[in-house]
Write a protein that binds this ligand. Structure first.
Ligand code: HEC
Ligand code: HEC
Length: 297
């Protein structure tokens, strides 16, 4: 019957020991007081104390002193309650939520330390499981966007992605510049600009026909530089940094942190939801770049 005692480590938990002791003291005193009064009542059925004035249907009440034992328990309970709140649980000692938070913190620290210098292969394999767990329900297992339910990641980050952005506009990344309007230039110009951005602006460098790059550069200066800057760096955080566009850095440090409000639908911020940590951001971004959107394609 008492085998639960085997599971509770009474030796280390002061609050439990004192709580248990208090319980036994209360039981012993109560038994003693009851015994004393039962004995008294057996010996004598009236009290020496004066009768109280009020009576109910002829039934009166003696003005007996409060029994010493009960009074002692009453005082002890008050003292114990004060001690329990201020010194013992819950203000000062063990808390289940606290233990959970400490464990999560310790686990996260261990995770960060273990993967602080993770190489690309490690990030890629971690990224694959993160993608399947957190991204594939919208983007599809292959990242194709499941017929327009979410961004087709095979197009994001390369020429097609840039052209689609220019055609549809972009919003949700939360830059001070706000939204990028749709339809800034026609499709043919957008293509040249896309070639230029991938060849010269983005660090995901790709060689391309020099003549097209030069035309794209001129068109970029005319239609895009006003917001993204001549160098495409986004004018000190005012708008998207296109030197990172198409790289894991862009996904990990901008898209997953801010979320995205697209013309198709919305993607939540994974920083706000707290579902993933920074290492996992980089991992899934690396995976997408390696397996889905390849700017060099
Ligand atoms: C009116 C300012 C403005 C102009 C002009 C502009 N952009 Fe943008 N661009 C932005 C902002 C702001 C964002 C971030 C949008 C967001 O919150 O998703 C952005 C984002 C982008 C992105 C990243 C989109 C993504 O999928 O995350 C690309 C690529 C881009 N712009 C290319 C261009 C090109 C190419 C041009 C010229 C044709 C251009 N932009 C002109 C403001 C502008
Ligand atoms: C709730 C559905 C949903 C989930 C979950 C989701 N996404 Fe998205 N994502 C979208 C939608 C919708 C868009 C496209 C918005 C648009 O441009 O129309 C998008 C766009 C993107 C883009 C392109 C961003 C850009 O700048 O244009 C990337 C990269 C991306 N998601 C990566 C991820 C990764 C990585 C995960 C998992 C960690 C993920 N997404 C989870 C819905 C989702």
């Amino acid at each position: 019957m008492l085998d639960f005692l085997g599971k509770v480590d009474l030796g280390t938990d002061l609050v439990n020991i004192l709580g248990g002791l208090g319980f036994f003291v209360v039981v012993v005193i109560t038994a003693y007081v009851v015994a004393v009064y039962v004995k008294k009542m057996k010996e004598k059925s009236t009290s020496d104390a004066p009768l109280a004035e009020e009576n109910w249907d002829g039934i009166g009440e003696y003005k007996n002193e409060v029994p010493t034992g009960w009074f002692a328990i009453y005082l002890m309970t008050i003292v114990w309650a004060g001690w329990y709140w201020l010194v013992g649980y819950p203000l000062n000692a063990y808390s289940q939520i606290g233990e959970y938070n400490d464990e999560v913190k310790a686990h996260n620290a261990k995770f960060e330390a273990k993967f602080a210098n993770a190489d690309t292969a490690m990030l890629k394999s971690m990224g694959e499981s993160v993608f399947l767990a957190q991204c594939s329900q919208c983007h599809g297992q292959t990242g194709d966007g499941m017929n327009g339910k979410a961004a087709d990641l095979s197009k994001w980050g390369n020429e097609e992605g840039i052209m689609a952005t220019v055609k549809n506009g972009a919003k949700g990344l939360g830059f001070p510049m706000g939204e990028m309007p749709a339809g800034l230039v026609d499709d043919a110009t957008a293509k040249k600009i896309a070639v230029y951005v991938l060849a010269e602006v983005s660090t995901a460098k790709k060689s391309a026909d020099a003549a097209v790059v030069a035309e794209g550069k001129t068109a970029f200066a005319a239609s895009c530089a006003s917001c993204h800057g001549e160098d495409g760096k986004g004018m000190n955080g005012m708008s998207a940094d296109l030197t990172a566009y198409g790289t894991p850095k862009f996904t990990a440090e901008t898209v997953l942190v801010k979320g995205k409000k697209g013309h198709i639908g919305n993607m939540p911020s994974f920083e706000k939801s707290g579902l993933l940590n920074k290492t996992q951001f980089m991992a899934v971004a690396t995976y997408i770049n390696a397996e889905m959107s390849n700017p060099k394609k």
